[in-house]
Design a protein around this ligand. Structure first.
Ligand code: NAD
Ligand code: ZN
Ligand code: ZN
Length: 337
């Protein structure tokens, strides 16, 4: 089968023929129709993080396709079903985190397109119990970004402590952020969107942001405190340290910073302000299978819609270049024929 492969960090991906995966107990084979390109895939290809992915690697954790084969023991999924293969590729199902509804913290989890091959390929296999079920009427291209960008930002908002009517700030209106702001609106929050270009501000406005700020033109922290008195929650989905610092400073007393973006960096937090203002800082990693069902349901009901451009799998290196320059308006979804 055809796949895009990372052979070495910081090198171009190679489009090549590799062996089609063979199924083990409980697994399904999926013919991939579409796979979104997440900035995490770029981190993986660069080896950016302290925990490195496998090499060679087929990236991709927003793969959607049709089940063409089911392994021994599979009962819940059948041939012909449309499913998605997410970052939470599998978990142990038995540890304290799995048992308490926190499977995204499972220390034994495998991650699609990172510790195991993912969706930048004609076929991908996955454990039936962990694939996302995609309602029949949804377009695979449209749903692909929900597999990561959608569920991740929905979950971050869910745990942010913000209530309907509260103000939230989204820092970084990229693949994750442009969807985050739609979930935020659908959940009843008022939204300030911050990025560093006029195109991103325009996109944010189009998608319903109440206030859109170009952080290169004015100081977002000052503007947020002046215009809305600070936000109840800030979600940082940018890939630069300064956005996290500003996101922290944008929260009002009693507010929460949810850390989602993953630059390999540290976030210095002022102890005095954190204590006196009762600020909470939380990390958030993708979402559970239940969060996934909920995130998909928003799309199925027409409340959230990713802004998508498609590109053939063969163009992945060009897509990564565009992503590095911050030039993508929403999400690029690879199509695989
Ligand atoms: P992206 O490249 O599509 O978007 C990043 C956005 O941040 C761009 O629009 C860019 O212009 C903007 N940005 C850059 N500097 C900024 C600044 N100073 N202020 C405001 N915005 C700024 O990337 P993405 O696919 O949305 O992923 C974002 C990050 O989230 C990546 O680090 C990725 O690895 C991480 N991620 C985390 C999780 C999780 O579960 N925690 C899940 C998926 C992705
Ligand atoms: Zn992702
Ligand atoms: Zn576990």
């Amino acid at each position: 089968m055809k796949a895009a492969v990372v052979n070495e960090f910081k090198q171009k991906l190679e489009i090549k023929e590799v062996e089609k995966p063979s199924l083990d107990y409980g697994e399904v084979l999926v013919k991939i129709e579409a796979c979104g390109v997440c900035h995490t895939d770029l981190h993986a290809a660069h080896g950016d993080w302290p925990v490195k992915p496998k090499l060679p690697l087929i990236p991709g954790h927003e793969g959607v396709g049709i089940v063409t084969e089911v392994g021994e023991g599979v009962k819940s999924v059948k041939v012909g079903d449309r499913v998605g293969i997410p970052w939470l590729y599998s978990a142990c199902g038995e540890c304290e985190y799995c048992l308490s509804g926190q499977e995204t913290l499972c220390p034994h989890q495998l991650n699609g397109g990172y510790s195991i091959d993912g969706g930048y390929a004609e076929y991908c296999k996955a454990p039936a119990d962990y694939v996302a079920r995609i309602p029949k009427h949804l377009d695979p291209v449209e749903i692909a970004p929900i597999l990561c960008a959608g569920v991740t930002t929905y979950k971050a908002l869910k745990i942010s402590g913000a209530k309907p009517g509260d103000w939230v700030a989204i820092y970084g209106i990229g693949g994750l952020g442009h969807i985050a702001l739609q979930y935020a609106k659908a959940m009843g929050f008022n939204v300030v969107a911050v990025d560093i270009s006029d195109e991103k501000s325009q996109l944010a406005k189009q998608l319903g942001a109440d206030i859109a700020i170009n952080g290169l033109e004015k100081d977002p922290v000052e503007a947020i405190h002046q215009e809305v008195g600070g936000v109840q929650a800030s979600i940082s989905v940018a890939v630069t340290k300064i956005a996290f610092e500003q996101a922290y400073q944008s929260v009002k007393r009693g507010g929460t910073l949810v850390v989602v973006g993953l630059p390999h960096d540290t976030l210095p937090i002022p102890i005095f302000n954190t204590v006196l203002n009762g600020v909470t800082v939380k990390g958030s990693i993708v979402g559970t299978r239940k969060d996934m069902q909920e995130a998909i349901d928003f799309v199925a009901r027409g409340k959230v819609r990713a802004n998508i451009e498609t590109a053939p799998l063969e163009k992945i290196n060009e897509v990564f270049e565009q992503m590095e320059k911050g030039k993508i308006n929403g999400r690029i979804v690879l199509t695989i024929d």
